[in-house]
Design a protein around this ligand. Structure first.
Ligand code: NAD
Length: 500
């Protein structure tokens, strides 16, 4: 039997085993016979070690000038570029999405590295006029401290990079806890940080479960800021826990994203967008198109074409270049999605295609299922309300734009929405009315770029944003600085009119 690699935690600049002495397995969801490696089943003692290492590294790192920190991030971008192909292959092996998408995931980390590097010579504050003579007023950003980063499995390098790179740029030190389905991509990412010359203790990695590692990490007294991406259910607990110690916390959570297709739309374009949005990453994107809201005039024709194309999608291992859709991340996730298929049937929605596992030939070793389309969905059905996180699209017909917008907004979530129309007035109206953090016009619900803020309204987020320059607000404290060069006591906040 080929030897199975064992991967370690990265704490204080060293690759170390867990104090638990235990490991867990990471298997390929396209072929569960393949054991990718053993990873540390860490515990609270490992978390203590990592947070302490991060706290020790903070003074030196936070005092290093931001442009110098940024140079290091630029170097990291170059390293990621060099290693993009092997990192993408590892990612496909551990979580299933097709190679083009895992290449895109690594590319997102590269883009984030270059963007963060550029920000090192900006990190703008403000200078504003002071109200008293011979006085100077300005604001500057200071790092917050040790940041805890808790990440999901669906974007195994992109999401850690969205958190880690701006955190480092701003002068914080970090402890990263990746999802148990995708620890290898985080190991790869942290190895690249090490090669780039990130000093010991500035980046720490602890693998293991949410309860054994995530909870002690976010509860740790020395952690000052928490950035979490994952389900709304867990996010609620994270929020509650951070409230106890008034930690700053950013939550990026679930979605129930919508693509609206109006009768005047370019239907070919809308069709391509709907397929990519619904079945890209096997529907396991926080921005996946889960609801298709169709104006009645085109609903029938669009549905027929959409169903035909969904049936024709080639499902297979992500490493096979002919595959268009890979497996789900594991069998438990597939069971969850299949349960929703049953819920949909019971609720009276019409199963137009798919709904089954794919178990023929080699696919029987993986967590594959058919791209699934439900018609006759109504907004009150669970199919239309709950995040499914799998390759299931629900089709809802509406009379006009107003009804489309009402249906689109009738959800607990608010991440991404898209509208296909050729009417500029309708497009702008929808841009204003859609209650989501991201809106696309004539483009699918997926496809964010790193230079704009990313996040959602309602139960998708708690008001923070990742990416763009907005993310800097999470990882910095604002400090207002007044310099009085008058040489005398000048009293602000005194009613000078009353005095004279
Ligand atoms: P999850 O909530 O199960 O887990 C996310 C992370 O939290 C994992 O690392 C997990 O180990 C950890 N965790 C679990 N319980 C914890 C606890 N009690 N304390 C601390 N950490 C804990 O989510 P998932 O299944 O990995 O990812 C899928 C979810 O993520 C979906 O809901 C999806 O919409 C969401 N997501 C959101 C965004 C976004 O930006 N809005 C992006 C990607 C994924």
């Amino acid at each position: 039997m080929a030897s199975i690699p064992t991967y370690k935690n990265y704490i204080g600049g060293h690759w170390v085993v867990s104090r638990s002495g235990e490991t867990f397995e990471n298997r390929n969801p396209a072929d569960e016979r393949e054991l990718i490696g053993l990873f540390q089943r860490s515990n609270a003692a490992d978390v203590d070690d990592a947070v302490e290492a991060a706290a020790r590294a903070f003074p030196e790192w936070s005092h290093r000038p931001a442009p110098k920190r940024a140079e290091l991030l630029y170097r990291l971008g170059e390293i990621l570029r060099r290693l993009k192909d092997p990192f993408a292959r590892d990612m496909t092996r551990e979580m299933g999405k097709v190679l083009k998408e895992t290449g895109g995931d690594v590319q997102e980390a590269i883009d984030t590295a270059y963007y963060a590097a550029g920000e090192g010579r900006r990190l703008f504050g403000q200078t504003v006029p002071a109200e008293l003579p011979d006085k100077f007023a300005m604001s500057v950003r200071s790092p917050v401290g040790v940041a805890a980063l808790v990440t999901p499995w669906n974007f195994p390098m992109a999401i850690p990079s969205w958190k880690l790179l701006p955190a480092l740029l701003c002068g914080n030190t970090v402890v990263l806890k990746p999802a148990t389905d995708t620890p290898l991509s985080s190991v790869n990412f942290v190895k690249a940080c090490e090669e780039a010359g990130v000093p010991a203790g500035v980046v720490n990695l602890v693998t293991g479960s949410g309860s054994a590692v995530g909870t002690p990490l976010i509860e740790h007294a020395q952690v000052r800021v928490v950035s979490f991406t994952g389900s709304t259910e867990v996010g609620r607990d994270v929020n509650r826990s951070c409230a106890q110690t008034f930690k700053r916390v950013s939550l990026e959570m679930g979605g129930k994203n919508v693509q609206i297709v109006l009768a005047d739309a370019d239907l070919d374009l809308a069709l391509e967008g709907a397929l990519w949005g619904s079945f890209g990453t096997t529907g396991q994107r926080c921005t996946a198109t889960s609801r298709l809201v169709l104006e009645r005039g085109i609903a029938r024709a669009f549905t027929e074409r959409f169903v035909a194309r969904a049936r024709a999608l080639r499902v297979g291992p992500g490493l096979d270049p002919s595959s268009e859709m890979g497996p789900l991340v594991n069998r438990a996730q597939r069971e969850r999605v299949l349960d929703y298929v049953e819920v949909g049937k019971k609720e009276g929605a019409k199963l137009l295609s798919g709904g089954n596992t794919l178990d023929g030939g080699e696919l029987r070793h993986g967590a594959f299922m058919e791209p699934t389309v439900f018609g006759d969905v109504t907004p009150s059905m669970r199919l239309a309300r709950e995040e499914i996180f799998g390759p299931v699209a629900s089709l809802i017909s509406v009379a006009d734009l107003d009804e489309a917008l009402a249906v689109a907004n009738d959800t607990a979530y608010g991440l991404s929405a898209s509208i296909y129309t050729r009417d500029v007035n309708k497009a702008f109206h929808a841009m204003r009315e859609l209650d989501t953090g991201i809106v696309y016009v004539n483009a699918p619900t997926i496809g964010a770029e790193v230079q704009l803020p990313f996040g959602g309204t309602k139960q998708t987020g708690n008001g923070h944003r990742e990416a763009g320059s907005q993310v800097l607000d999470l990882y910095t404290e604002w400090k207002s600085v007044y310099v009085d060069f008058s040489g005398r006591l000048q009293r602000a906040q005194i009613d000078t009119e009353a005095e004279s």
